[in-house]
Design a protein around this ligand. Sequence first.
Ligand code: BT5
Length: 255
Amino acid sequence: MQKKFMRLGETIRRYAVLDSTNEEARRLAQEGAPEGTAIIAAQQTAGRGRQGRVWQSPASTGLYLSLILKPDVAPMRAALIPLAAAVAVAETLIADFQLAADIKYPNDVLVKGRKICGILVESAIEAERLQYAILGIGVNVAQQEFPDDLKAIATSMLLETAKTLTLEDVLTPLLAKLNVWYPCVWTAPEQIINRWQELSSYARDCPVRILSFDLTIEGTTRGLTTAGALLVELDSGEVREVVSGEVSLRKVRSA
Ligand code: BT5
C-alpha cells in the first residue's frame, strides 16, 4: 500500500543564493529530509538543465524550486513525475494567469512558442528501488529581457502578462496544483497522460524532428504511452517510442 502522502511545500526552506536548488535538495534528501520539503533560492549560480545544460537563474527574477519526493513506485513510474509537473505548471499559467501555455515533450512549458518554464527530475535509484526523486522547476517570472542566447527562445510571465508578479504569487497556486497532480503518479497515471495530451500541441499529429544523442529522427507524433513515452510515426510507417530525458524535440512544417 502506498504510504501516506506528505503535502508538497508543507516545509519550505528559503535561500538567498544556492548553486542549484536540485543539488541542495539532494543533499537534504540524503540527510533524511522528509518528502514534500521545498527548497527555494532567490538566485542560482549553477542552475542546471538536462544533460549538463545550464538554467540561467538571475537574482529575484525566477522561481527556482526543488521538491523532495519519495513516491513508493517502481523507478519506471518516475517518468510520470515530470509530465505531472508540466501539467501542474501549465494549468497554473492558464487558470491563474490567463496565459496560453503549451507543453513540449517531455517537460518544457511554452507560451507562444517560447520557454517560460523548465523542469528537471533527478532520481536516486538503489537496488532497483526509487530512493527519492528531486523535482526541479524553474519559472521565468520577472525577467524584463533575456541575454542574447535566450532572446529568441525564452519568455517570462512579466513579458507575457505585463503584470508585476511576486514569486509568491506564482508559488502558491503552483504548489496547490502540484499537490493535485503529483499523487496521480500512483493513483491515476492515466489522468496525467490524458491531461498532458490535452494541454500539449505536440502530443498528436504534430510533425517533429527529434534529436537524441547523435541520432535524428523525423516523424509525426502519435500521443503518449501509458509509461509516458512519446510515440512517433516515421515516414516508413514504423512507430518509435521516444523516452524523456534524452530528447530534444522541434516542430517541423508538414510536407
Ligand atoms: C530544463 O533543461 O529546461 C530544466 C531546467 C530546470 C531548472 C530548475 S530551476 C530549479 C531547479 N534547480 C536546478 O538546478 N534546476 C532546476 P533543458 O531541457 O536541458 O533546457 C536547458 C536549455 O533551456 C538551455 O540550454 C537553454 O537553451 C534554455 N534556458 C536556459 N535558461 C533558461 C531560462 N531561464 N529560460 C528559458 N530557457 C532557458
